[in-house]
Design a protein around this ligand. Structure first.
Ligand code: DAH
Length: 355
């Protein structure tokens, strides 16, 4: 029996055994490696006489191809078997109940802040922010509310130090001061955020939200203030007509000052905004006091304008029919699930919702 035939028979037999990947690769090297059996046979070729060489080469090539093919098939088989084994292990049991998926909801206050910001941005207001911890100067003094002014008591301030220099801001009005100190007029900003007063009942919580508005330029008058608020209330409550009244009031930082009421009625137990003969107070406003402008180095003979402060939580309650303010801040997930808003970027057909 020739060497080639012997190699072929031996290895066909070997490759029939139950081999793992390592063993097959070892055989491959034994045959086709640099000093492998088949490789060595090829090296013999040169030594053979011309007439023998052709036949030998052709036989050798046949054996080489046959063994090579067998090895490739064998490797493929082993790999496929391993993948199948893995898949078998990782098989997903589609009869299992799905895992609970909790989708977050947007709090009504955040939703309303977004709505307010986008309504005012349509008419050229930009959004400013200020810190919750304020100094007494920005919160009161610069806003024309001197030391012994009764408004300081009315605000039920949370002071943070004995000297009463640091406090939790009682309104968003100090953002007016920060904005004007930081920049040059004109100013056209709103500033939504958290505010604090020591007060708690069905319509008051120690922490609540306001949005401040400030528009300072040359020749801004009370007509602009009325037009701006009228536009805002109509847009916010999504009504074409609104009943609105300006009631004279007092704020140290505005002169004249007004509180704004909107008309409403109760229809089938629900508040309808813009109709009826009942009035609801929604905000305070006025023309910025010249003393405030002087305090921030703006010349009141050259620039003037209006400011307003709106209670955000109150607006959210009215628009979305929520009647207890305290629930806003109870962090009760069931409440949020009911009154909260779906984030728009979560597809509504998402499987596995908790609802
Ligand atoms: N800061 C006032 C408050 O919290 C609300 C307010 C009234 C703000 C009149 C203003 C304003 O900017 O002009 O009660």
């Amino acid at each position: 029996m020739s060497d080639i035939k012997k190699i072929k028979d031996d290895f066909l037999l070997k490759l029939k055994e139950n081999l793992d990947l390592n063993q097959v690769n070892q055989i491959k090297t034994e045959l086709f490696g640099k000093t492998g059996l088949i490789s060595s046979q090829f090296k013999q070729l040169g030594k053979l006489a011309e007439d023998e060489r052709k036949k030998f080469a052709s036989d050798l090539n046949l054996v080489k191809n046959e063994l090579e093919n067998l090895i490739t098939t064998k490797i493929n088989d082993i790999e496929t078997k391993e993948i199948n084994k893995k898949l078998e292990k990782e098989k997903i049991d589609i009869t299992l109940p799905e895992r609970p998926f909790v989708r977050g909801k947007i709090h009504p206050v955040s939703q309303v802040i977004d709505e307010i910001s986008s309504i005012f941005s349509e008419i050229g207001f930009s959004v400013e922010e200020g810190p919750d911890v304020e100094n007494e100067y920005n919160n009161f003094t610069a806003l024309n509310t001197p030391d012994n002014h009764p408004a300081r008591d009315m605000h039920d301030t949370f002071y943070l130090d004995d000297a009463k220099k640091l406090l939790l801001r009682t309104h968003t009005s100090p953002v007016q001061i920060r904005t004007m100190l930081n920049d040059k007029p004109p100013f056209k900003i709103i500033a939504p955020g958290r505010t604090y007063r020591s007060d708690s009942d069905q319509t008051h919580t120690p922490m609540f939200h306001q949005v401040e508005g400030l528009h300072i330029d040359k020749n801004i008058n009370m007509g602009h203030l009325k037009g701006c608020l009228n536009y805002f209330i109509k847009e916010f409550f999504e009504v074409d007509k609104i009943k609105m009244r300006f009631r004279p009031s007092h704020f140290p930082f505005t002169e004249p000052s007004a509180e704004v009421d909107i008309g409403y009625e109760i229809k089938d137990g629900k508040i309808v905004i813009g109709e009826g003969d009942k009035w609801l107070e929604v905000l305070g406003c006025g023309m910025v006091h010249p003393n405030v402008l002087k305090n921030v180095k703006v010349n009141p003979d050259e620039f003037q304008g209006y400011a307003f402060g709106i209670g955000i939580d109150r607006l959210a309650m009215l628009k979305y029919g929520i009647n207890d303010l305290r629930a806003f801040f109870d962090c009760d997930y069931r409440w949020l699930n009911h009154f909260g808003f779906d984030p728009i970027d979560v597809p509504t057909n998402y499987r596995g919702l908790s609802r």
